[in-house]
Design a protein around this ligand. Structure first.
Ligand SMILES: O=C(O)CCC(=O)C(=O)O
Length: 392
């Protein structure tokens, strides 16, 4: 892929919210999925309780409680690739503020959000598509994407708020004179507080690190193995907004995909379901618990664990009566880290299933082609693995 391909979107981008609010009764063709990808195909709408882990039990004084919790996580990783964590140590108040702030942000007029419009070069900012293929079928979702780590790529000026130094000046001005631009400015200031964002990023990176040490131990590796293999801390966030859709049966909020990175911590609106996970030949709908994070394994854990743990395809549905919001925190290897199956997990019976590749190389696929199920990780299987792994 040439760098030029990733400089601009192939067609003008229209926010989904604009379409939704225009009052159309039918959705444009470019959002209509082929029959086999529509939400009704193979889906089970009953809310499913995926495994729930009380993470504080990892620190229990009782070694049997600690052991049971470790085993529960291992089982969830092997059987689901997804689980929810409660009592995870992240402040519920901070989680509530994040959901509230992003809700407010997406309520802002589109012109204000467009100030942060993103490009496929870094994806950072406000956007409505993933992938640069011309005439691709699009998803019913707007989002805001931003980088937290490594700190060298963190650019809070791209985050949706104003620098603290300007806040009080504008706030006091707004309280005296009420005119349109200042009203907008005030809304923007209140929409997201960069300090909340930074605090959230720190808390979730810490939680991800703890989970990585648990995964390492459960895989029989040294506790720090996965963290070391990932290199410098690297993480980004995607706030997803799914506007109301007049024909939810014809489209998807996000197309099926596995996450390209390490692990994802999803904070989902507990009042509106929408996340579906592939389980065998079915799609099951997750029941999100209040104050929980939905944890899922990404492709890099599949590669490092030599396929013992697997990333799992998921997608989202949309509604005609409700909008929905979710905040996905992606914990990734550093861009230049060479990711390959851990030596300890390569044996004569289980030879290396995947070649070594840097994460930057890996993620350029999704950035170019958009969300394509598990096609990338499956396409990487080494030739001697194709026959044996097709059985798993
Ligand atoms: O909105 C959701 O429930 C899932 C979001 C997701 O899969 C993503 O952002 O990659």
């Amino acid at each position: 892929m040439s760098t030029k391909t990733l400089q601009t979107w192939p067609e003008p981008v229209i926010s989904v919210q604009t379409l939704s609010e225009s009052g159309v009764n039918t959705i444009p063709n470019r959002y209509i999925k082929p029959m086999h990808d529509r939400p009704d195909a193979l889906a089970d709408d009953t809310l499913t309780a995926i495994p729930v882990v009380n993470l504080s039990h990892i620190f229990s004084d009782d070694s049997s409680v600690r052991g049971d919790t470790m085993r529960m996580i291992d089982k969830a990783c092997r059987e689901w690739g997804f689980f929810q964590v409660v009592d995870h140590g992240v402040s519920h108040e901070l989680m509530g503020r994040m959901l509230g702030s992003w809700r407010e942000f997406f309520k802002l007029p589109v012109e204000v959000k467009q100030v942060h419009a993103n490009s496929p070069a870094t994806y950072e900012g406000y956007g409505s598509r993933v992938g640069v293929e011309k005439e691709a079928v699009l998803d019913w979702c707007d989002y805001f994407y931003l980088h937290f780590y490594p700190r060298s790529v963190r650019d809070p000026s791209k985050w949706p708020s104003l620098p603290a130094s300007c806040r009080w000046v504008i706030k006091s001005a707004v309280s005296i004179i009420s005119i349109q631009p200042l009203e907008l400015a005030e809304k923007l200031i209140d929409a997201l507080d960069r300090e909340v964002l930074a605090e959230y990023g720190e808390a979730l990176a810490d939680l991800s690190g703890r989970l990585m040490t648990i995964f390492s131990s459960n895989l029989g590796l040294t506790q720090g193995y996965l963290l070391e293999a990932f290199g410098e801390r690297s993480a980004c966030l995607r706030a997803n907004f799914y506007p109301k859709c007049p024909q939810p049966n014809l489209t998807l909020g996000l197309s099926p995909h596995s996450d390209p990175g390490g692990l994802t911590l999803l904070l989902a609106d507990p009042t509106v379901a929408g996340l579906q996970i592939r389980k065998g030949n079915n799609w099951v709908t997750v029941r999100p618990l209040p104050n929980a994070f939905i944890v899922n394994l990404g492709d890099q854990i599949q590669l490092l664990s030599n396929g013992i743990y697997r990333s799992v395809e998921h997608r989202t549905t949309v509604h005609s009566e409700h909008e929905r919001i979710s905040i996905a925190f992606f914990y990734n290897p550093e861009g230049d880290a060479l990711v390959q199956p851990a030596n300890e997990l390569v044996t004569d019976q289980r030879p290396a299933r995947y070649p070594a590749m840097t994460f930057n190389e890996y993620r350029s696929f999704i950035r170019c082609k958009g969300l394509r199920g598990k096609s990338q990780v499956e396409s990487l299987k080494l030739p001697n693995q194709l026959r044996s792994t097709s059985l798993t």
